[in-house]
Design a protein around this ligand. Structure first.
Ligand SMILES: NC(=O)c1ccc[n+]([C@@H]2O[C@H](COP(=O)([O-])OP(=O)(O)OC[C@H]3O[C@@H](n4cnc5c(N)ncnc54)[C@H](OP(=O)(O)O)[C@@H]3O)[C@@H](O)[C@H]2O)c1
Length: 317
């Protein structure tokens, strides 16, 4: 398993991380299996969020409750993982997002909730989950200070923020923002499409994010890529999905060449990018975890990377 350096720190972590988003409705024994499988293959980074999971009995946050219980039962310890969570989203019982909240009082209260649900004393990192138009940056800065001074959170970052939103927040926070978490994968390539179509007028030329990818590289911030195997936003996985025959044929060809699974090739495609991204996988299936992690050690050729990009339905000018 290769590692990635987080931001400008000396913090080296596995370049594939396990997300807790799908732990919330799973039996704890299955979460134990997932954690053990992840640890065995070298994953030492957990990504969570206070909003993940809405189990009928446990309610909102059930992913973190299940994680805490599973960690205790797994024979592993808190020190086996870098643990990150995110705050700032509210959802209703139907899992529809109803508002964002980046106020100081909410951030502080949310972190206490995370620590108690996950049964840990501190978080290695905390991200603001999504940009909140009502966010007062100075309140976030105060919250970060209090959390760091209290020893509850070590490092900070953001998720789904564009460059100007990062600049605005960074202008008042003493702590350097280390991470931006973004959707990226073979079926979600907006971050690179418009760069390839510079100065053109086709669909691919639309800059959806303010030039985020190059900005984050210039700032030496780590890009964590969420939902690497999904198409749309949680519409399902593209792997072995008959809606995407060309992509699956290309994935199968390269999987055969490298003696790995399609998951590994989809991961290797993300890791080929020189931005040194960290891939957040969400599978709870030990075999799929193992399959995906094999992608950490595969270096695709440049042509293979482009072949996959084209097979995913993209065009080159
Ligand atoms: N910052 C944000 O806004 C944001 C948003 C979403 C997610 N995230 C983070 O990203 C993490 C990963 O997200 P995700 O779970 O959507 O990512 P994902 O790894 O792309 O998707 C996981 C899903 O794909 C399925 N899958 C994977 N390989 C498969 C295969 N070979 N065949 C069939 N199904 C397969 C899994 O099912 P099985 O379990 O059966 O393998 C699971 O349902 C989350 O846990 C969370 O930490 C962040």
């Amino acid at each position: 398993m290769k590692t990635v350096k987080i931001g400008n720190t000396n913090w080296q972590v596995s370049n594939i991380a396990l997300g807790t988003m799908r732990m919330g409705n799973l039996a704890v024994s299955k979460v134990v299996n997932a954690l053990q499988a992840a640890h065995e293959v070298g994953i030492n980074f957990i990504d969570s969020a206070d909003i993940y999971g809405n189990d009928p009995e446990l309610g909102r946050g059930s992913s973190e409750i299940h994680f805490g219980e599973a960690l205790a039962q797994s024979g592993l310890t808190r020190e086996n993982f870098f643990i990150q969570s995110k705050v700032g989203l509210f959802a209703n019982a139907d899992n529809q997002i109803t508002r964002y909240d980046s106020s100081k009082s909410h951030i502080l209260k949310a972190v206490d909730g995370i620590l108690s649900r996950m049964k840990v004393d501190y978080l290695d990192s905390l991200l603001i989950h999504r940009p909140d138009p009502l966010m007062d940056p100075s309140e976030v800065a105060e919250a970060f200070d209090e959390l760091q001074t209290a020893g509850k959170v070590r490092h900070f970052g953001v998720s789904n923020f564009n460059p100007q939103q990062i600049e605005l927040l960074q202008s008042v926070t003493d702590q350097r923002l280390l991470i931006d978490q973004l959707q990226f994968g073979l079926k979600h390539t907006g971050m690179i499409d418009f760069g390839l179509h510079t100065n053109m007028t086709d669909d691919g030329s639309v800059n959806h994010d303010g030039g985020l990818l190059d900005y984050l590289r210039l700032k030496k911030m780590t890009i964590q890529t969420w939902s690497p195997f999904q198409y749309g936003t949680f519409a399902g996985t593209f792997i072995n999905n008959e809606q995407f025959p060309k992509l699956n044929a290309e994935l199968a060809k390269l999987a055969d060449k490298y003696g790995v699974s399609k998951n590994a090739i989809a991961v290797a495609w993300i890791l080929k990018h020189p931005a040194n991204m960290q891939v957040l996988i969400g599978t709870m299936n030990p075999q799929h975890i193992q399959d995906s992690v094999a992608g950490s050690d595969i270096t695709l050729t440049n042509q293979e990377w482009y072949d996959l990009y084209l097979a995913a339905g993209n065009t080159l000018p």
